[in-house]
Design a binder for this molecule. Sequence first.
Ligand SMILES: [Zn+2]
Length: 184
Amino acid sequence: MSANRLRRHLVNLLTLLSLLLCMATAVLWARSYRGCDALVRPTAPGDRLCVTSEFGVVVVELEGPVRGAVLPGWEYFQSPLPRRWPVRAGLLGFEAYRGGVTHFVRLPPSALHGLALPHWCLVLAFAALPARWLVARRRQARSRRRSQAGLCAGCGYDLRASPAMCPECGQIPPESRRRGGFVG
Ligand SMILES: [Zn+2]
């Protein structure tokens, strides 16, 4: 397989993957206003990586281990158990932060680093390759239509009087090239 073909296959594969990710993110986005998707992954003993999708933002949080022991005693919480987000609301949903996790048992808070990305920006990023593919396909279809109608594929100029080369933009029609008139 030539390098060019391999590259084209790779781009097509990435475009398909991008399209699937785009659709999955759109579904996640719609779900995020009715509930919370959460993926929790322990990284080291006590640490955890937590990815949540809620309120139109994807939040990636790395939570450090709990330092210290459970404190004996009685506690009255000022507020009912909150959902994790929104604790803060960054510009357009973007946010990078560090803080502490309050445990609703008698434990000292643990360190927290987080990054919030709005779903819309992920959908846009994943839509870029499929959009590029769609534009290229439409352009191909348009030049095929023009060629079949005897027009220049590049600019649509009528080539019946000058089939060898477009006098408007200088493009050489593929039929003329195949006849051997030009070596492109
Ligand atoms: Zn032309």
